[in-house]
Design a protein around this ligand. Structure first.
Ligand SMILES: NC(=O)c1ccc[n+]([C@@H]2O[C@H](COP(=O)([O-])OP(=O)(O)OC[C@H]3O[C@@H](n4cnc5c(N)ncnc54)[C@H](OP(=O)(O)O)[C@@H]3O)[C@@H](O)[C@H]2O)c1
Length: 325
């Protein structure tokens, strides 16, 4: 059904620069079977936004222009596709797929989400808190629990990139998984990681990270994707695993070498699994806090993307969509 209704969005006209984001008007999308339309209240910025905009990671988003970026979202369902079990008015959150099929960015007044890629937002949690949590918490959870195969409780996990969105969020996720977090980071991230519950934090700019960690980790989660398994393998217990967030040729080579080693190598490619989002909703309700660096109105999303790209952040960069056009 074409209602001729319009929505506002922030679109990108071409790859190659972070200057190209501009307000645009588009037809309001109609949900099909297995989909809902969400009125977006809040979103968040991820490195994928600038990597896609700069043309470095084209494959994680549909390649049609104007391109609407933005993956994380929290909002309210306003239209249902055929047979949907959701209700209009349900407050939900999640993230859009990091996949070539994704033409549904969250830097827009409304988006289409799959019914099995959302979950209810807990009432006591703000749309901003839910939106900033989605990608980094599920990335950490899937990296540490599923790829890293963390034992049920009491394991030791080392996490890098603690000033950033994934690394800072991972500390709370590790604690929720009943494990002991040790951080690797720099600058203001060191105090943040301690505040979030890291039992030990290694200053990567002033300490030898490989010698200072005391080793015997069940999982080394390289959220920053700044290291290699070959550098960390002596710090893993036998059967432990190094997990990174970025696929690369060195990762592939390390994976081959690890076939004859007692420790493993893995890569996390985050998936929007409803059961994991439900678990995250419970954790947010029971006190998992996500550190927010700053919040930008969606009309200024380019400034937030530039800030994240500069690395000038401590935690997550949130986007106010509902009040931000
Ligand atoms: N595969 C997936 O499913 C998935 C999902 C989400 C994100 N990612 C990727 O994961 C990475 C981290 O995401 P994010 O949102 O946390 O990014 P971010 O917010 O930009 O944080 C990155 C952090 O990495 C650390 N870092 C930067 N340069 C470093 C270096 N040379 N050596 C060591 N650490 C360095 C910094 O923290 P310190 O200064 O404290 O070390 C920085 O804050 C990005 O590459 C992103 O694209 C992948």
């Amino acid at each position: 059904m074409n209602t001729n209704k319009k929505m506002r969005a922030i679109g990108l006209k071409q790859y190659g620069s972070l200057d190209g984001f501009a307000p645009i008007e588009l037809s309001l999308p109609e949900p099909r079977k297995g989909e809902v339309r969400v009125r977006v209240h809040a979103s968040a910025i991820n490195p994928a936004d600038y990597k896609v905009a700069l043309g470095e990671l084209k494959f994680v988003h549909a390649r049609n222009f104007p391109m609407i970026l933005g993956y994380d979202f929290s909002g309210v369902i306003e239209a249902l596709g055929e047979g949907s079990e959701w209700n209009i008015g349900d407050a939900v959150f999640g993230f859009l797929p990091y996949a070539p099929s994704n033409a549904r960015g969250a830097f827009a007044e409304a988006l289409i989400a799959k019914t099995n890629e959302i979950t209810l937002k807990p009432t006591g949690v703000s749309h901003i808190q839910a939106a900033v949590a989605a990608t980094p918490a599920l990335t950490a959870l899937q990296a540490i629990r599923d790829i890293g195969k963390l034992p049920h409780s009491g394991g030791r996990v080392l996490v890098t990139g603690i000033s950033g969105g994934v690394g800072s969020t991972a500390i709370g996720v590790i604690l929720k998984l009943q494990a002991v977090p040790v951080g690797v980071g720099s600058g203001r991230g060191i105090e943040l990681a301690k505040k979030l519950g890291a039992t030990k934090v290694i200053d990567r700019q002033h300490q030898d990270v490989f010698k200072s960690s005391e080793g015997n980790f069940d999982v080394i989660f390289d959220a920053a994707a700044a290291y290699r398994w070959s550098q960390w393998k002596a710090s893993l217990r036998s059967g432990g695993k190094y997990v990174t967030t970025f696929p690369s040729v060195p990762l592939f080579l390390d994976k081959l070498k690890s076939l004859i080693a007692t420790t493993g190598v893995g890569f996390v490619g985050v998936k929007s699994r409803q059961a994991d989002l439900q678990l995250l909703g419970k954790w947010l309700e029971s006190g998992l806090t996500i550190s927010i660096d700053s919040t930008f109105a969606v009309r200024d999303v380019a400034k937030g993307i530039e800030k994240l790209h500069r690395g000038d952040i401590l935690g997550r960069v949130a986007v106010d969509v509902i009040n931000g056009f």
